[in-house]
Ligand binder design. Structure first.
Ligand code: AMP
Ligand code: ZN
Length: 656
C-alpha cells in the first residue's frame, strides 16, 4: 500500500476510534447515548475494514473489546503496591469502635466518604503514557493474575485515558443483574450467582467469553500513582470520572457516624432493588493527610471500614428429602439440611417446591446446595454449589408417605387423592379450618386434631360440631377447663363472616385476602358456589389456575355435601350490605350495547351488578349509563338523543 494512502487510513482510524469510544463512554458510563445504534455500527464496521486493509490495530481501538486469542494460562504479576482488604464491621457499635481506634492514633475532623461495597471481583488496571497496559486480579493482595485481555473487553473500562503518568486504578468488575438475566435467557449454561458469573468471566482463558458476559467496572481507588497526589477520596473520584471511569452509583460525604447509621438503614431497605449486587457499604476517611498518618495494618488500611450486610445466602449439605403431605393432598419435597447459620438463625430445612424443581435444579442427595432466606417463609434451595461422586439421585415417590395410596402425577405436582382417609391431610385441613382467620376455634391444635382423628374418626368439618364433653374428656391432657374452652369456642364459631368461612375451607391458593375479595364480589356463598371460571378470573389477584381450583372445589359433589352439612350448624354473615354503596355503578341503571372486546356481555353485566348497578336491555329516560362496545347501533343513537352518559369499554375498564 502506498505510504500516503496508509497515513490517510491511519488518520481515519484515529478519528473513528475517538468517535466510537466517546459514544460508548456516553452510552455505558454516562447512560446518555449521543448517537444512534446505526451510526455506531457504520463507524465500527468501517473501522474493522480499515484494520483489515492496513493490518494495523490502534491500541485503544474498540475492536479490542470483543476479546482476542485464547490464553494458555494466567501469568502471575506482583502489584506495584499492595492491594489491601478491608476491616469489617457488622453494627454501628463496631463502626464507632473503628472511629475511636483511629482517634487514639490521631485527632481528625470527622469527614467520611460512603460508597457501595460492590460484590464482584476486585481488579487493578495499570495505565502508562495514557494507555491501558495491564489489568490484574487482586489475588492475595501482593500477587495477582494477569487478566489484561479479559478486562480490555469490559465496556466501561477505557483503553486510553488523558493522564499520561503511571497509575493503577482499582475497582470492582461486576455484572448487572439485568445483563445476567439476558445472558441466562439465551445461553445453555445458566449462571446462578452474579458474583460467580463475574469471577468466571474474568478468570476465563478465552477473552471472547468475558466479552459475551457484558461486564461493567466501577472504579473506587487510585492505588498507585507515583507522580500525582490526591488530597481526598472525593478528589480521587473526581479525577477517575474525568479520566472516563464509572465510579459507581453511590458516593456521599458525611460528617458523623449518625449520618452513616441513617444511610445504612436506608440502603438496607433499597439494596434489593439495585441492578447489581452490593454486600455492604465502604466508609473511608476522606482526607488523605489523615489517611497517611493512620496508615495500614498488615492486611487492611486503618482509614477505611466495610459495613457488611447480613448474608442472605449461604451453602450447606443436603442430607435427605422428606415428602410432606399438604392440606390439599399436594406432596412437597422438603430438604433436610446440615444445620447452618443464616441471618442469625439456624436453618435445618428448605423447600424444593416439587419434583420438577428437583430435576430443574439437578439437586442430588449429598450435594452442597445454595440456600436463601426470603423474608419469613421457609428457606429455598437455589441451586447446587457442588456435587460429588457419592451424591445420589433423588427418586420420585409413587405412594403417599402417610396413607400409602398411589399418587396422582400431574406432570408438575404429585397428589394424594385419598382426601377422606389420609391422616396428614385431614389433620391439616381441620387445624386450618379452626385457625384464627378461619373459624377461630381455640384449642384445635395439630396434636388435638390428630387425637380426634385417631380416637373418634373426626375428619369432616361438620364432625367438629358434633364433639361433646365426653369425647373431649377422653383426650390426653384434657381437663374440664380446657374442654369447656374448646366447646365455647366451637359455639362462638357458629357465627362467621363470609370471608372467614371461605378461607376456612382451605381451597388451594385461597388466602385470606382472596377470600375477602371473593366475599366482596359475591356477597353470599350461594353466588360464589355458582360462579364460573370466567367470572372468577375477573376478580383481583385471581388467575386462571386459582379460578379453576375454586370452581372445581365448589362443583365437587363431596364438597357440596359437606358444605350443606356445615350450614346446618353455621350461620354465615353475608356481605350483602357492603356492595351497593361502594361501587362506581352503585344505584345506576346501565344498558349494554354493541360488542365488547374484553368481556362477554354477561360478564360485564355481572361486574356492573357486583358494583351495585342494575342492567337492562332497553334505553329509556331513566337509564343512567350506556356502555357502548364496537358497532353499537340504534340503542346508542337513542342514548345520544336522550343525552344519556355514554361509556366506552376503555373507560369501563378503568372503573372496574
Ligand atoms: P473483602 O473482599 O470482603 O475483604 O472486602 C474488600 C473488597 O471490597 C475489596 O477488595 C474490593 O474488591 C471490594 N470493594 C467493593 N466496593 C468497594 C469500595 N467502594 N471501596 C473499596 N473496596 C470495595
Ligand atoms: Zn395420603
Amino acid at each position: 500500500m502506498e505510504e500516503t494512502k496508509k497515513q490517510e487510513l491511519i488518520e481515519e482510524m484515529k478519528v473513528l476510534t475517538e468517535k466510537i469510544n466517546k459514544a460508548s463512554y456516553s452510552y455505558y458510563v454516562l447512560d446518555n447515548p449521543i448517537i444512534s445504534d446505526k451510526e455506531w455500527d457504520e463507524m465500527y464496521y468501517r473501522l474493522l475494514d480499515i484494520e483489515k486493509e492496513t493490518g494495523i490495530i490502534l491500541q485503544d481501538s474498540p475492536s479490542q473489546k470483543v476479546g482476542g486469542e485464547i490464553l494458555s494460562k494466567f501469568k502471575k504479576v506482583t502489584h506495584s503496591k499492595k492491594l489491601y482488604s478491608l476491616a469489617k464491621a457488622q453494627s454501628i457499635e463496631e463502626i464507632l469502635d473503628w472511629k475511636s481506634r483511629n482517634e487514639n492514633i490521631t485527632t481528625f475532623d470527622e469527614e467520611y466518604s460512603v460508597e457501595y461495597k460492590y460484590d464482584g471481583l476486585s481488579l487493578c488496571i495499570k495505565y502508562n503514557g495514557g494507555k491501558l497496559v495491564m489489568a490484574t486480579t487482586r489475588g492475595n493482595g501482593e500477587v495477582g493474575e494477569d487478566v489484561t485481555e479479559q478486562v480490555k473487553t469490559i465496556r466501561t473500562v477505557p483503553l486510553s485515558i488523558n493522564y499520561k503518568g503511571e497509575i493503577d486504578v482499582q475497582g470492582e468488575g461486576i455484572i448487572k443483574l439485568s445483563e445476567l438475566e439476558k445472558y441466562n435467557k439465551v445461553s445453555e449454561e445458566k449462571l446462578k450467582n452474579a458474583r460467580n458469573a463475574v469471577a468466571g468471566a474474568i478468570r476465563n482463558l478465552d477473552p471472547k467469553v468475558t466479552a459475551s458476559r457484558r461486564l461493567d467496572f466501577y472504579a473506587y481507588n487510585v492505588n498507585y500513582c507515583p507522580d500525582k497526589e490526591f488530597s481526598s477520596q472525593e478528589e480521587i473520584c473526581e479525577f477517575l470520572k474525568e479520566q472516563g471511569f464509572c465510579i459507581g452509583n453511590y458516593f456521599k460525604i458525611v460528617h458523623s457516624i449518625d449520618e452513616i447509621s441513617e444511610i445504612i438503614k436506608n440502603v438496607e431497605k433499597t439494596r434489593n432493588s439495585l441492578d447489581y449486587l452490593i454486600d455492604g457499604l465502604v466508609i473511608k476517611i476522606n482526607n488523605s493527610k489523615v489517611r497517611d498518618v493512620l496508615g495500614s495494618t498488615e492486611k487492611t488500611p486503618r482509614w477505611a471500614v466495610a459495613y457488611k450486610f447480613e448474608a442472605e445466602e449461604t451453602s450447606t449439605i443436603l442430607n435427605s428429602i422428606t415428602w410432606q403431605v399438604g392440606r390439599t393432598g399436594k406432596i412437597t419435597p422438603v430438604a433436610e439440611l446440615e444445620p447452618t447459620e443464616l441471618c442469625g438463625v439456624t436453618i435445618k430445612r428448605a423447600t424444593l417446591n416439587n419434583y420438577n424443581d428437583i430435576l430443574r435444579k439437578q439437586v442430588k442427595l449429598g450435594d452442597r446446595v445454595f440456600i436463601r432466606r426470603s423474608n419469613d417463609v421457609i428457606p429455598e434451595i437455589l441451586s447446587v454449589a457442588e456435587t460429588y461422586e457419592t451424591s445420589k439421585i433423588i427418586e420420585k415417590i409413587t405412594n403417599c408417605p402417610c396413607c400409602n395410596s398411589l399418587l396422582e402425577d400431574t406432570g408438575i405436582e404429585l397428589f394424594c387423592n385419598n382426601h377422606s382417609d389420609c391422616r396428614a391431610q385431614i389433620v391439616l385441613k381441620l387445624t386450618h379450618f379452626a385457625s384464627r382467620n378461619a373459624m377461630n376455634i381455640e384449642g384445635l391444635s395439630v396434636k388435638t386434631t390428630e387425637q380426634l382423628f385417631d380416637k373418634f374418626n373426626v375428619k369432616y368439618f361438620s364432625d367438629i360440631y358434633n364433639l361433646n364433653f365426653e369425647m373431649l374428656s377422653k383426650l390426653d391432657g384434657f381437663k374440664d377447663k380446657k374442654i369447656n374452652n374448646i366447646l365455647s369456642s366451637i359455639e362462638k364459631s357458629k357465627n362467621v363472616k363470609l370471608a372467614n368461612f371461605i378461607y376456612s375451607l382451605g381451597i388451594d391458593g385461597v388466602g385470606l385476602k382472596t377470600a375477602k375479595n371473593l366475599s366482596k364480589v359475591y356477597k353470599n356463598l350461594q353466588n360464589l358456589m355458582s360462579a364460573t371460571i370466567s367470572d372468577l378470573v375477573l376478580i383481583d389477584d385471581i388467575a386462571e389456575i386459582m379460578a379453576t381450583d375454586i370452581f372445581t372445589y365448589f362443583n365437587d359433589e363431596f364438597n357440596k355435601l359437606e358444605i350443606e352439612k356445615l350450614l346446618k350448624f353455621v350461620n354465615i354473615e353475608n356481605n350483602d350490605d357492603v356492595k351497593v354503596s361502594n361501587g362506581f355503578f352503585a344505584g345506576k341503571k346501565v344498558v349494554l350495547t354493541g360488542t365488547l372486546t374484553k368481556f362477554k356481555r354477561s360478564e360485564a353485566e355481572k361486574i356492573i351488578e357486583s358494583q351495585g348497578g342494575t342492567t337492562s336491555s332497553s334505553v329509556s329516560s331513566s337509564t343512567d349509563i350506556v356502555l357502548a362496545g364496537e358497532s353499537a347501533g340504534s340503542k346508542l343513537d337513542k342514548a345520544k338523543k336522550l343525552g344519556i352518559y355514554i361509556m366506552s369499554e376503555e373507560e369501563f375498564l378503568k372503573y372496574i
